[in-house]
Design a protein around this ligand. Structure first.
Ligand code: SF4
Length: 323
């Protein structure tokens, strides 16, 4: 999972749909890395104690597929370390939904890449925060830049679509131009970025982490230039808006997207603490109904309003509130 402030912008809105169009499933909170900016507070030994059983996982998957959810992503934590990762991938792909895997890129062996390709994975999003080993390894604690680069080459060799996610910090913003070039060189089809979010691990490291506004201005100027430069070869997509502006937009135009946590609870959006259901005990239809109502709930709208004067409220995103 990335630390950028993307709030699923660009994804479809709810309108009168009978089910979400997209389920972003954080299949485990366990991770091999302990990144400075991790919005999920993931890391080694950080799996939730109540993560879903095998039976619950496949009950939920069956329901999602039976209800016709067309797009899913698996993220984490690090999804590829979940013992049922490939079984879950197979189930989704066999049922004909489009699946994206969001990974930190440390398990992209030739065998794993081939397996994902053969099973029918649509795209693999890799976190690549930097164009140098120094900045990448500083941010991705326990991570190794060269392993990720090798993994991307393996993805390219099996012709899996590669997407890159880049989270800006004070010490990697200057590398953004080179990072876009590197992504294209390694065969990426898309490059995504946005502002780093103040939550999770980033709350503890914010003082050393967050770019200044001047740095952000330069950062987005480079991204604009790179988007133009690569317009016919690679999609360079980024959100200049801060989190507050994105949430103010989402409040009136919720994306048709559910965030499914490793224990079956469902969040209305990753950047808010609100839980709208539990797929262990409720049907997707019930949860989807709750989701639509939740965006009008005054606890949700009030939380967003309070962010105007207290942007630090995002520090509490992991203290869930049931709506
Ligand atoms: S790779 Fe880093 S940012 Fe992603 S879940 Fe693991 S610790 Fe968090």
């Amino acid at each position: 999972m990335s630390g950028s402030a993307a709030v699923a912008a660009g994804r479809p809105e709810t309108a009168d749909l009978g089910a979400p169009l997209y389920v972003a499933w954080q299949i485990t909170n366990e991770c091999n890395l302990a990144c400075l900016h991790c919005i999920e507070e993931s890391g080694p030994g950080k799996a939730f104690k109540d993560e879903l059983s095998e039976a619950s996982i496949f009950d939920i998957l069956k329901q999602l597929m039976d209800d016709g959810v067309p797009y899913l992503s698996f993220s984490g934590g690090e999804p590829m370390i979940h013992p049922l990762f490939f079984d879950m991938v197979k189930y989704v792909c066999d049922r004909g939904a489009e699946l994206k895997v969001e990974t930190n890129g440390h398990f992209l062996s030739p065998e794993n890449c081939r397996r994902m390709k053969d099973l029918g994975v649509k795209a693999v999003q890799v976190s690549l925060d930097g164009a140098s080993r120094d900045s990448f390894n500083k941010m991705r604690v326990r991570g190794e830049f060269n392993t990720v680069i090798e993994g991307m080459k393996q993805l390219r060799d099996v012709e899996l679509d590669i997407e890159i996610n880049f989270s800006p910090t004070r010490f990697n913003v200057d590398e953004i131009g080179r990072a876009v070039d590197l992504a294209h060189h390694l065969g990426a089809a898309s490059f995504y970025s946005g502002r780093t979010m103040y939550t999770g691990n980033a709350v503890k490291t914010w003082g050393k982490l967050v770019p200044s506004e001047d740095q952000y201005t330069e950062y987005f100027a480079v991204l604009h230039a790179k988007a133009a430069e690569y317009s016919d070869r690679m999609r360079v997509h980024f959100h200049e808006m801060g989190l507050l502006e994105e949430l103010q937009y989402r409040r009136h135009h919720p994306a048709a997207l559910l965030i499914l946590l490793p224990n079956g609870l469902v969040k209305i959006v990753n950047a808010l603490p609100f839980i709208c259901g539990d797929l262990r005990t409720q049907s997707l239809g019930e949860v989807w109904g709750n989701f639509q109502r939740a965006w009008k709930d005054e606890r949700v709208t009030g939380f967003i309003d309070e962010m105007v004067t207290d942007p630090g409220k995002t520090a509490s995103l992991h203290q869930w509130i049931y709506v």
